[in-house]
Design a protein around this ligand. Structure first.
Ligand SMILES: [Zn+2]
Length: 108
């Protein structure tokens, strides 16, 4: 199974691969070839969180957010926080952040 996404206008292939291909890692990103590999053995919500984590690694590099030493901590913090926010506010994200029914959340 493969999906395509764009991160900062660059197309990435997302491949869901077996544990052996991932060498027992949860995921692996190869930015130079535009590939994100996610281990299919992960539980669904962990797999989704891991995918967001890998996307954040690409963004971290594209925007030169910090040093290589602080990358994992920053990516882990932002991806976990963003994942929880997205999961806990799905209607708000779809309607307000993605532009549908914008007036629904305005308190007058
Ligand atoms: Zn990481």
């Amino acid at each position: 199974m493969e999906k395509k996404i764009k991160i900062n206008e660059i197309e990435f292939n997302i491949s869901f691969v077996n544990n052996e291909y991932c060498q027992n890692n949860m995921a692996k990103t190869v930015s130079m070839s535009g590939n994100i590999f996610v281990n299919t053995n992960l539980k669904e919500d962990i797999r989704a969180n891991t995918l967001l984590h890998e996307i954040m690694h690409v963004i971290y590099h594209n925007y030169s957010i910090g040093t290589p030493e602080e990358e994992e901590k920053i990516v882990e913090s932002f991806s976990n926080g963003l994942f929880a926010f997205l999961r806990q506010n799905q209607n708000f994200v779809i309607e307000e952040l993605l532009g549908n029914k914008k007036d629904k959340y305005i308190i007058s």
